[in-house]
Write a protein that binds this ligand. Structure first.
Ligand code: CDT
Length: 321
């Protein structure tokens, strides 16, 4: 009979540090001071690890289009830590709290990525993840109320989904739109992930199909709860919410257990810290039973998922092999 084989508890106290809006005129120094204040609040709650949103150092600049991309170079980081972000690393070291931070990255070779780093309790970077699923559009669409030109401002990572040994467990990262794709979770599930960290900026108004607007919160929870349950992992989703530069963004940051249950959820749409004790041994209840991937999966039957991007059918609807 298959069983959980749970060992001694491995509890990571995780904080989700939701942020309210960051406007265009907000100086990086002030944003970093806000991040430090959130980190102190998390540390006061005894957190070991605090998770910040996607693009947590700047406003969500893909909502504007510029013809010359170099005009927005100031939104990208060339080095992290840098003189302006160093105070956050010092706070982390001082309070012995690790963190996960999203920002726009401009590499020395000129590549632009939507990036997240994982920093340990000594303030050292232990992992970097670059966003894989880049949503939105790549050229100016002036008829829109606001742009979502992520496909202009960022290239997709070719590095895949990593999982790292950290905080006494197996930690993975994904960014915003990645959370809507089951493949993101499963790629990490196949590496034994126990805690997935995900920052997001999600406009409440989805311009290509406004019928989805009222479901923004439902879809947010739906995908993260399913991904958690189907892979037996904790998932932490952290928003930059509220009305930023006239665009309403979903808050509803949450910490989800391997059971799929929400352990903690924010109540407002501004700067707010929530905390949950995540016993990583809980993952075994699912990873060693119903979702014992090695025992139950049938990769030989999943012939299309690796190489085929979208549906392929003949005119009569029958599948093309
Ligand atoms: N930042 C990000 O990935 N946002 C997307 C919005 C999709 S609408 C173009 C999301 O999936 O939440």
């Amino acid at each position: 009979m298959r069983g959980t084989l749970r060992g001694e508890p491995r509890v990571v106290r995780v904080a989700a540090a939701q942020m309210g809006p960051i406007n265009r005129e907000h100086a990086r120094e002030n944003v970093v001071a806000r991040l430090c204040a959130l980190l102190h609040r998390a540390a006061d709650c005894g957190a070991h690890l605090v998770v910040f949103p996607e693009l947590a150092l700047t406003t969500f600049f893909p909502r504007w289009f510029v013809d010359d991309i170099s005009e927005v170079d100031h939104y990208y980081e060339r080095d992290v830590p840098s003189p302006v972000t160093a105070p956050l690393f010092s706070c982390a070291r001082e309070r012995r709290v690790g963190f996960c931070l999203g920002y726009a990255e401009l590499t020395s070779e000129g590549h632009r990525y939507n990036t997240q780093v994982l920093v340990d309790r000594d303030g050292a970077i232990i992992a970097k993840y670059r966003k894989i699923h880049i949503p939105g559009h790549a050229s100016n669409e002036p008829s829109r109320k606001f742009q979502h030109a992520e496909r202009y401002y960022f290239e997709p990572s070719g590095e895949g989904f990593g999982v790292w040994n950290a905080f006494g467990g197996r930690i993975g990262m994904m960014i915003c739109n990645d959370r809507r794709w089951p493949e993101s979770y499963r790629e990490m599930g196949l590496q034994g992930v126990e805690l997935i960290l995900c920052g997001y900026n999600t406009p409440v108004n989805y311009l290509p199909d406004p019928s989805q607007d009222r479901l923004a919160g439902f879809h947010n929870s739906l995908v993260m709860q399913s991904g958690a349950y189907q892979n037996g992992t904790f998932v932490v989703g952290v928003a930059k919410g509220g009305c930023e530069e006239g665009v309403d963004s979903l808050a509803e940051s949450q910490i989800i257990a391997p059971s799929g249950e929400i352990l903690a959820k924010t109540v407002g749409n501004g700067d707010e810290v929530i905390v949950a004790d995540c016993d990583l041994e809980w993952c075994k209840n699912y990873q060693n039973t119903l979702f014992d991937l090695d025992y139950y999966r049938r990769p030989e039957a999943y012939v299309r998922s690796q190489h085929q991007r979208g549906p392929r059918t003949r005119a009569d609807g029958s599948p093309l092999l």
